[in-house]
Design a protein around this ligand. Structure first.
Ligand code: PEP
Ligand code: MG
Length: 545
């Protein structure tokens, strides 16, 4: 039996699919003759086309004609006579097939990236996919397409990056297992959002689990059972049914307003990463969006989304929430969220580095493109802007000046922009300590317990060795939270929580006692959070919602 940290509830029973991401390194490939290299290139192109054709056929059945057309587009691109002749020229001048593919694809990428037209720029990510697939074929590296694993799969990887998790199709995946990550890592957050059982921090999982192994993954306890007997499988099938029943019993909370046992009004909101996540929040009766992690719009692509593209994404969410609050957090990059095309540079301590609001204030054009898109979306509903990783008062005043300038500019262009409140995440000890001062500069607070716990306790959220320290119930973290809520109430601004602590049954009673107004949690935790709130009392102070 293997053991890790259960980070997403539920049990999965299925077959292991082990994902080994090998480096696409061809430095040891030796050039023989030009004919030989060209023959290797041709063979790779043929294999690529056969595979892509097959994936296209599957996609036609599972996702529809439109998605399948993308695959046909890849085949046409790889057959482009100009592209092929460029690769052959590279080979004639002494490059191995791998180098020819990489050089020519990169030249096309550079050319498309420079173009204004959005559609052409989108082809960049197609060419990146083609390049990597051709290199894998040439190097004989077998890679798993996460989007087309068979039903009943249990995915095993060293780590699931946000872009990998984005490709997972929930209906085919019973559970996920990774060697790294903890309860608040982004892979855990995404697994919970999708309702997939997950166990992280399982050392050597990729080595110890073989493709095709029959596994049971227990997302409650973190246990992984290999080759279980019939009796154990039946036991877990019963647990799966019980879990489904428990989820059913929570359904009655879907249409109820959030109230404590003594009738004080509170609100449970949902956290999202992509516009499509909003549906799960609506279906679970979320009373708003308390955190839109916009950095996910910037990931898994090779160029920044344009203002127009961002506007579409924000407006989709705002419209879907139909007048309910949507708190859009500005770009929170850096730390574990690297965006290669932004060339952020390597840092020795990325979690203490040039991330989030710090990066944005130093890259004002990028920041303002996002702000303009958010402000334009405000015309369709109830939008709030939330600044991540604030540590100093000046960051708020500087960001506000830019937001004001963007508002003025848009209005001069004749666009509708509503009054958009600007609040901050309190997720650094600095912000908590001066929360009395910041409360006069911000229109609201939202406490980010994932980062706050790590920074207060000086313990990494993904490191199993310090898991005991990285605990929201540690007294210094509780004091920081209490102080922040108290200072927000004193200044008369609303205070919510969008870190994972908002769904923690150990913490919720205290948050109620201290006067937290709004709890923003993953869609799959909305009903349980509302139920826990309904079982506890809160002081009858006027909620500032
Ligand atoms: C947090 O730090 O609590 C938070 C909500 O932000 P993220 O998890 O995206 O860093
Ligand atoms: Mg954070």
């Amino acid at each position: 039996m293997l053991k890790g940290t259960g980070v997403s509830d539920g049990c999965g029973i299925g077959t292991a699919v082990v994902i080994e991401e090998k480096e696409l390194d061809y430095s040891s490939v030796v050039y023989t003759t030009a004919e030989e290299e060209k023959a290797r290139l041709n063979a790779a192109v043929n294999t690529f086309c056969e595979r892509t054709e097959r994936i296209g056929e599957e996609l036609k059945k599972s996702a529809g004609e439109k998605e399948a057309e993308i695959m046909q587009g890849h085949i046409e691109m790889v057959h482009d006579p100009f592209m092929i002749s460029q690769m052959q020229e590279q080979i004639d001048s002494g490059a191995v097939a791998e180098a020819a593919v990489e050089t020519v694809c990169n030249q096309f990428i550079a050319m498309f990236e420079g173009l204004e037209d959005e559609l052409t720029r989108q082809r960049v990510s197609d060419i990146c996919d083609i390049r990597d697939d051709l290199l894998r074929i040439l190097l004989g590296i077998h890679s798993v397409d996460l989007g087309s694993v068979p039903a009943g799969s249990i995915l095993i990887a060293h780590d699931f990056t946000p872009s990998m998790t984005g490709k997972i199709r929930k209906e085919n995946v019973q559970a996920i297992v990774a060697e790294v990550g903890g309860i608040t890592s982004h892979s855990a957050i995404l697994a919970r959002a999708m309702g997939i059982p997950a166990v992280l921090s399982v050392p050597d999982a990729v080595k110890d689990i073989q493709n095709g192994d029959l596994l049971i993954v227990d997302g409650f306890t973190g246990k992984i059972l290999s080759d279980p007997d019939e009796k154990t499988i039946r036991e877990y099938q019963i647990r799966q049914r019980q879990w489904e029943q428990e989820k059913d019993s929570l359904k009655k909370f879907c249409h109820l307003p959030t109230r404590t046992s003594n009738g004080v009004a509170k609100a449970v909101y949902g956290n999202i990463g992509k516009p499509e996540d909003v549906q799960a929040v609506v279906l679970n009766g979320g009373e708003g969006i308390g955190l839109f992690r916009t950095e996910f719009l910037f990931m898994d692509r090779t160029a920044e989304p344009s203002e127009e593209e961002q506007f579409e994404a924000y407006a989709t969410v705002v419209k879907a929430m139909n007048g309910k609050e949507v708190m859009i957090r500005t770009l929170d990059i850096g730390g574990d969220k690297n965006i290669p095309y932004l060339e952020m540079g390597k840092e020795d301590n990325p979690f203490l580095g040039h991330r989030a609001i710090r990066y944005c204030l130093d890259h004002q054009e990028l920041f303002c493109r996002q702000i303009r898109a958010i402000l334009r979306a405000s015309a369709y509903g109830n939008v709030k802007i939330m600044l991540p990783l604030v540590t100093m008062a000046q960051e708020i005043t500087k960001a506000r000046q830019l937001i004001e300038a963007c508002t003025k500019e848009l209005r001069e262009e004749g666009k509708t922009v509503r009054e958009v409140p600007v609040g901050i995440m309190v997720e650094t000890p600095a912000a908590a300590i001066i929360s009395d001062e910041l409360a006069h500069l911000a229109d609201f607070f939202s406490i980010g317990t994932n980062d706050l716990t790590g920074y207060v306790m000086a313990a990494d959220r993904g490191n199993q060795a310090v898991a005991e320290l990285y605990d929201i119930m540690q007294p210094p973290v509780l004091r920081a939270i209490e102080m922040t809520i108290r200072n927000a109430r004193k200044a008369g601004i609303p205070v919510g929580m969008c870190g994972e602590g908002a769904a923690d049954p150990r913490l919720i009673p205290r948050l109620l006692e201290w006067g937290l107004d709004e709890f923003s949690v993953s869609a799959s935790s909305i009903l349980r959070t509302r139920k826990i709130i309904s079982e506890h009392k809160a002081p009858e102070i006027h909620a500032i919602l």
